[in-house]
Write a protein that binds this ligand. Structure first.
Ligand code: XMP
Ligand code: MG
Length: 179
């Protein structure tokens, strides 16, 4: 195990089981459709690639990178687009794939934007949900697991861009933050 990890919250096997469950629901709900799966970079990349592997049906994949403005303006709920989609969402069944929903600001912004861009439907699949962090009233349609209000890393999620590659989700040792 990576020496910076204090404890593992979800093992590789736990995550695989979550993904299989979510994929089965998505496959059933989108039967006969061709959804546009929107992976939110960078955190959702491992999750998205594992998830779609479990769905042997028609779908398309695109990527979007967004970031919240700095702490000073975060209360405005403004989100900055770093990389937009290549695909038009007009008339599409959009499935946003997120790593974790915390305040809900990112999701609210994306859902409003896809609505404005005239998507046919907009749903959200998140690996993790932190309900205690919610500031904006928004919820995901598919939730892998609820997590407590702790900072988690691994399986796409980073601290200072590290740990995204870990195949499990865990909590860092406190001394790592002090470095
Ligand atoms: P909001 O607050 O808009 O933001 O729902 C969701 C985004 O915040 C990041 N986030 C985390 N990243 N460990 C992380 O590595 C965490 O525990 C965590 N909580 C929130 C993440 O980028 C997510 O997309
Ligand atoms: Mg991050």
């Amino acid at each position: 195990m990576n020496p910076d990890i204090l404890k593992v919250l979800y093992s590789r096997e736990d995550i695989q089981a979550i993904n299989a469950r979510l994929a089965a629901q998505i496959k059933a709900d989108y039967a006969g459709k061709n959804p546009l799966v929107v992976c939110i970079l960078k955190g959702a990349i491992l999750f998205m690639t594992d998830l779609v592997r479990e769905i042997d049906d028609y779908l398309e994949i695109d990527f979007m990178d967004v970031s919240s403005y700095g702490d000073a303006t975060i209360s405005s709920g403004e989100v900055k687009i770093i990389k937009d989609l290549d695909t038009s969402v007009r008339g599409r069944d959009v499935l946003i794939v997120e790593d974790i929903v915390d305040t809900g600001r990112t999701l609210r912004y994306l859902m409003d934007m896809f609505q404005t861009r005239q998507a046919n439907s907009i749903k959200v699949c998140t690996l993790m949900d932190k309900p205690e962090g919610r500031v904006v009233d928004v919820s995901a349609d598919y939730v892998g697991t609820k997590v407590p209000n702790e900072f988690v890393v691994g399986y796409g999620l980073d601290y200072a861009e590290r740990y995204r590659n870990l195949p499990y989700i865990g909590v860092l040792k406190p001394e790592v933050y002090a470095k």
